[in-house]
Design a protein around this ligand. Sequence first.
Ligand SMILES: *Cc1c(COP(=O)(O)O)cnc(C)c1O
Length: 358
Amino acid sequence: MERVYNFSPGPSQLPLPVLEKAQKEMLCYQDTGMSVMEMSHRSKMYTDIYDQTVATLRELMSIPDTYDVLFLQGGATQQFSAVPLNLMVHRKADYLDTGNFAHLAAEEAKRYGEVNVVASTRDEVYTYIPDLATVQFSEDADYVHITQNNTIYGTRFVELPETRAPLVCDASSMILSEKMDVTRYGAIYAGAQKNIGPSGLCLLIVRKDLLGQAMDICPKLLNWEVQSKAGSMYNTPNTWGIYLAGLTFSWLKELGGVEAIEKVNLEKAELLYGFLDESQLFKPTAQKKYRSRMNVTFVTGDAEKDAAFVKAAAAEGLVNLKGHRSVGGMRASIYNAMPMEGVQKLVAFMKKFEAENK
Ligand SMILES: *Cc1c(COP(=O)(O)O)cnc(C)c1O
């Protein structure tokens, strides 16, 4: 069977050259005589892979030496707990509730201290990002948490809040898709299965001066300082996942880095939204100003038509276009690994479907 265009929100499509390289090296990595999965994480051959992976990411994102790069387990969700456990020194934090994941992050943090939801668009089905100029941040919050791209609702922050407290960001569905000024953040975390690699892995970029403040009850494995001192290897890390992440980083670097992919991502998003704005059948659901470039959400307004479209698209090799179960409709996730041709094919198919379903 041929490979399809996979618009899944995550785990999502990986770059074909990455999969091919992994396949080639599957049984025998270079001259080691074994698969990466079979290597000791403490061996020189593996630590070389690890160091190279971190170095390539540092280069791609211009991460200063004042920040640590860690590869953790438990996905982004584990960081919903790790963030308060590591940073809530005075047991107080501000959260912006801009989507389902943002909401879950705030709910989890409440177990450890006072959480001020300083802005929420929950009542309006998260179709936009609150006006940051009107948000009242707490005087004494330990950090401010945002979800920069909202995977389910298809919205993104178009600017960052100016905050006294360190900004902590769930960047799962936008990391490496556009330029980020790392110095604006105290910590950035991202589940890998959108723009990095396989699931189960979580990238953490954290300002080093924020380490060493974890609560006594913080499990060792979730303690950023412990993981930092151990080079992400307090226990056996997700060695295969980190290796694949490294392949993705090298692929991105060869393409010209984040700046180059950001251009392609903008073109992809403009093509799709451009069509949606003209369409008589499909309607985009996120407010224009805050539209995500990674997750494009839309509806026909008729649940039966939505289902028919998703089914017909799948038959054409355009799969996983069904919207999240909480919102319905459609969602096309067009992460870094989705080529322009995938979006062009999708738009062409939508036009055809529209003509046939007036
Ligand atoms: C996918 C996603 C998550 C959840 O990631 P897991 O790896 O399943 O824990 C959290 N936040 C955002 C923004 C996501 O897109």
